[in-house]
Design a protein around this ligand. Structure first.
Ligand SMILES: Nc1nc2c(ncn2[C@@H]2O[C@H](COP(=O)(O)OP(=O)(O)OP(=O)(O)O)[C@@H](O)[C@H]2O)c(=O)[nH]1
Ligand SMILES: [Zn+2]
Length: 430
């Protein structure tokens, strides 16, 4: 079958993220190989099926994405990007609140809504499974008053449709009711927060109204361990484990129900999965809001902070789900940017690297600070699922002290092999 190839640029609102487009069209592997030949570096997103075109090599900050469509698909209408660029708007943070069934997500939301009086907070609830899966409420609190809107979801699946409908609904609501200061999104207990996160991970510089602030995972102190240990028959990663792997912050809730010993075990287990995550402990989801909101976990502005955090990350060894853990390494010197892109794409998209048992390494979350020869700035690497970004931070390297630090959270990860591949493929001098 003949295929058409499209190069796409990501723009402001009502859009699908790169990884979602890629995934929905099933072009893994093939896409990145074909893409590489073109020598394009791109950003993508679509708005109402209108794809925004860009000049070739629109910059390293974007995701490299190459879209493949079947012959009889309509060619998207291309519109120039110029009108979009440089439009700076006040961006609204989105915090994703996830956690296994009954962990205390709604309790946390309510707590935030009652405690936080200065912000106008929009809450998106993703309660599927009961009743009609086609309706979803969008609540907005302002000074105690709660507005509610219903979102129509095409297929009842948040991760597939909130991008198009949800963002638009938020925008519509803002038009009607004025801007929000903050958006909280509660996923269902079984949701994969990575899919939800990638939808909101839109590009600041291309004028999105919304940015992803962080992923908060609530854990039940009493039942959490049991939930984390549940084995899935299909061999997939258990949702509870995945939610911790992706988290920027974990809240171990219901500490009233456990002994100190039990609590220690939960904490150790969380740490064994995610070596990078911050851990809070509480009852009734009562946490210091300054530790939950405005975390800027995905911003490059926070480069210094991340560099310091990465320096302190300890590699983890598996407790439960044998295969999910954190691997970290540091290598001094400069990287080749092209080679790094290829390395990441082969790791995230093509799952090309295997552990000693021959199982493919799967990275769920990726963070790093890296150095490119011609760049005086430290560059931040962020990855969630198949989506990744490289962005300059304001931080400058000290002369002769360029140390690349990378943290991988995922499955079947083998540090030795990853490091060996990284050094031989990506380091400039090798
Ligand atoms: N003992 C105790 N119960 C709690 C605590 N926090 C929440 N709960 C209770 O736990 C139950 C579940 O809390 P929710 O906030 O609804 O949990 P959730 O994660 O939103 O649940 P789902 O949306 O159904 O997955 C409720 O009955 C809460 O009152 C706590 O710290 N201690
Ligand atoms: Zn979906």
């Amino acid at each position: 079958m003949r295929r058409n190839y499209y190069l796409l640029v990501r723009v402001s609102s009502g859009a699908s993220t790169v990884s979602h487009v890629v995934r929905s069209l099933g072009v893994h592997g093939e896409s990145s190989a074909a893409f590489r030949e073109t020598g394009f570096v791109l950003k993508t997103i679509n708005t109402d099926n209108r794809f925004i075109s860009s000049a070739p090599s629109c910059g390293p900050a974007g995701q490299a994405v190459f879209l493949v469509m079947e012959e009889d698909d309509d060619c998207p209408e291309l519109v120039p990007i110029a009108a979009q660029a440089g439009a700076t708007v006040d961006q609204i943070p989105v915090t994703i609140i996830t956690g296994y069934l009954g962990a205390g997500k709604t309790t946390l939301l309510n707590y935030i809504l009652t405690e936080q009086h200065n912000k106008r907070i929009a809450v998106i609830l993703n309660e599927f499974g009961e009743g009609s899966a086609l309706e979803k409420s969008l609540a907005v609190s302002q000074g105690g008053e709660l507005y509610e809107e219903w979102l129509e979801l095409r297929n009842g699946c948040l991760c597939c449709s909130v991008k198009d409908n949800g963002l638009k609904a938020i925008e519509n609501l803002m038009e009607k009711k004025g801007k929000f200061d903050y958006i909280l999104l509660e996923t269902t207990g079984l949701a994969d927060p990575g899919a939800v996160a990638s939808m909101f991970w839109v590009d600041a510089e291309l004028g999105s109204d919304i940015y992803l602030d962080g992923i908060v995972t609530v854990i039940d102190a009493k039942y959490g361990l049991k939930q984390l240990a549940e084995e899935k028959s299909d061999g997939l990663v258990n949702e509870a484990v995945r939610q911790i792997a992706l988290a920027d912050l974990t809240v171990i809730n219901k500490t009233d129900l456990v002994t100190e010993d039990e609590l220690n075990r939960v904490r150790d287990t969380v740490r064994s999965i995610n070596g990078l995550v911050k851990i809070l402990e509480c009852q009734r989801s009562r946490v210091d809001l300054s530790e939950v909101l405005d975390l800027h976990c995905f911003d490059s502005k926070d480069g210094a902070n991340l560099a310091e955090k990465l320096r302190l990350v300890k590699p983890t060894s598996p407790h439960l789900d044998k295969s999910i853990l954190t691997v970290t390494f540091e290598v001094a010197g400069d990287l080749s940017e092209d080679a790094l892109n290829i390395f990441i794409q082969e790791l995230l998209w093509e799952k090309m690297f295997k552990n000693k048992e021959g199982q493919p390494m799967t990275v769920i979350r990726l963070k790093g600070i890296v150095s490119f020869a011609a760049n005086a700035h430290q560059v931040m690497l962020q990855g969630v699922h198949e989506l990744y970004e490289l962005n300059d931070t304001p931080q400058l390297w000290e002369e002769n002290l360029r140390i690349n630090r990378l943290v991988f959270i995922g499955r079947n990860l083998d540090k030795e092999i990853l490091l060996e591949q990284f050094i031989s493929r990506v380091m400039q001098d090798s």
